[in-house]
Design a protein around this ligand. Structure first.
Ligand code: NAP
Length: 317
C-alpha cells in the first residue's frame, strides 16, 4: 500500500482513499446495504481514508458513515467538511465560516458520525464574508479541544492558504484535479508544495467521465447533478469524449481499466497527493485501489499530459 504524508503535522493516509459523496447525493440513487458492503470491503483492503461532508445528503452521508464506523472507529481516517450550509430539505443556505458556525457544525457532525473526533476537518468553501483568520482560528480551537486532529481547506486560493497556514498548520488542501481539470497546476500546487501541505484530489475520475462509461446524458439517472453540469451537456459530452477515448486507448494497451489509468496519472504527479475516487460498487473500489500499483510508462504519461490540449468543453461547475 502506498502511504502519503499530508502536511507537517503527521497525518498519513493511503494514496487512494474513498469518496463517499455519491453514496448519498448528487449521482443518482443507491442502496444503503450496498454502500455499507462497499465500506466494509474498503476497510478489508486497507482503503481507510474516507471522505464525507455535512452537506452530502444533506446530512445522511455522515449518518451512513456512522453505521460503518461503529465498533471500529480507530481503523478509519475520517475526513468531513463544514461550510456549505444546507437545510434538511436540501435547500442551499449559503457559505458560512464564522467562528460560532464552525463550532456548531463540528458538534453536529460529531453527533451524526457517532464519534468524538474527526481526523481531518475541512472548510468546504471559503466564506467571502468571514476573514479566514477567524475561521481557521475556530478550527484551531477544535484541535485544542481534541474534537479534530488535523485541519484542511477545500477550493481555497493561494492567498487564503498562506493566511490560513499562519494561524494553524494546514495539513491538506482538497480541490478538483484530474486529466480534464488541471487549473490547480498554475498556482495552487506550487503553493502547497512550498508550504508542505498535502493535496487531496477530488473528482479524480472527472465525476466518472474519464472512465468512459458516460457517453450520453441518457447514461445518467433523472435528477443526477451532472445533468446540470456544463461538462455533461450533450454537446460537451460529444467533444469531451475525445479525451475519454484516449484514456480508454491507453488502458486497452496495458490491459487495465480507464479509471485506473486516470488515477495512476494523478498519482504520478510531482506533488504530495492522495486521491479519493467515489464509488458505490465493490468491483470499482477494488479497481481504483489497485491503481496505486500501476506504473505508467514515460510515453503513456506523455500522451496523457497532452490530452488537455484537446480542450475541455464546459466549465467544471
Ligand atoms: N471538496 C469538494 O468540493 C468536493 C466536490 C466533489 C467531490 N468531493 C469528494 O470527492 C469524492 C470523489 O469525487 P466524485 O465522486 O465527484 O467523482 P469521481 O471520483 O471522479 O467519480 C465518481 C463517479 O465515477 C464512477 N466510478 C468510480 N469508479 C469507477 C470505475 N472504476 N469505473 C467506472 N466508473 C467509476 C462512480 O460511479 P459508481 O458510484 O456507480 O461506481 C461515480 O459516478 C466525492 O465522493 C467527495 O467525497 C469533494
Amino acid at each position: 500500500m502506498k502511504l502519503v504524508k499530508l502536511g507537517s503535522q503527521g497525518l498519513q493516509v493511503p494514496a487512494v482513499g474513498l469518496g463517499c459523496m455519491g453514496m448519498s447525493d448528487f449521482y443518482g440513487s443507491s442502496s444503503e446495504s450496498e454502500n455499507l458492503k462497499v465500506l466494509d470491503r474498503a476497510l478489508e483492503i486497507g482503503c481507510n481514508f474516507w471522505d464525507t461532508a455535512d452537506m452530502y445528503g444533506p446530512f445522511t452521508n455522515e449518518i451512513l458513515l456512522s453505521k460503518a464506523l461503529a465498533g471500529r472507529r480507530d481503523k478509519i481516517t475520517l475526513a468531513t467538511k463544514f461550510g456549505v450550509s444546507r437545510g434538511e430539505d436540501g435547500s442551499w443556505l449559503g457559505i458560512k465560516g464564522n467562528a460560532a458556525y464552525v463550532k456548531s457544525s463540528c458538534d453536529a457532525s460529531l453527533k451524526r458520525l457517532g464519534t468524538d473526533y474527526i481526523d481531518l476537518y475541512y472548510q468546504h468553501r471559503v466564506d467571502p464574508n468571514t476573514p479566514i483568520e477567524e475561521t481557521v482560528g475556530a478550527m484551531a480551537e477544535l484541535v485544542k479541544a481534541g474534537k479534530v486532529r488535523y485541519i484542511g481547506l477545500s477550493e481555497a486560493d493561494p492567498d487564503i492558504i498562506e493566511r490560513a497556514h499562519k494561524i494553524h498548520p494546514i495539513s491538506a488542501l482538497q480541490t478538483e484535479y484530474s486529466l480534464w481539470t488541471r487549473e490547480v497546476e498554475d498556482s495552487i500546487l506550487p503553493t502547497v508544495r512550498k508550504l508542505n501541505i498535502g493535496f487531496v484530489a477530488y473528482s479524480p475520475l472527472g465525476r466518472g467521465f474519464l472512465s468512459g462509461k458516460i457517453r450520453s446524458r441518457a447514461d445518467l439517472e433523472p435528477g443526477d447533478f451532472r445533468l446540470n453540469n456544463p461538462r455533461f451537456s450533450e454537446e460537451a459530452i460529444k467533444h469531451n469524449s475525445q479525451l475519454a477515448d484516449q484514456v480508454i486507448e491507453i488502458a486497452q494497451e496495458i490491459n487495465v481499466t480507464p479509471a485506473q489509468v486516470a488515477l495512476a496519472w494523478l498519482l504520478s504527479r510531482d506533488v504530495n497527493l492522495a486521491t479519493i475516487p467515489g464509488t458505490r460498487k465493490i468491483e470499482r473500489l477494488e479497481q481504483n485501489w489497485a491503481s496505486q500499483d500501476l506504473k505508467l510508462s514515460e510515453e503513456q504519461l506523455f500522451r496523457l499530459n497532452l490530452l488537455i490540449n484537446k480542450g475541455v468543453e464546459g466549465e467544471r461547475y
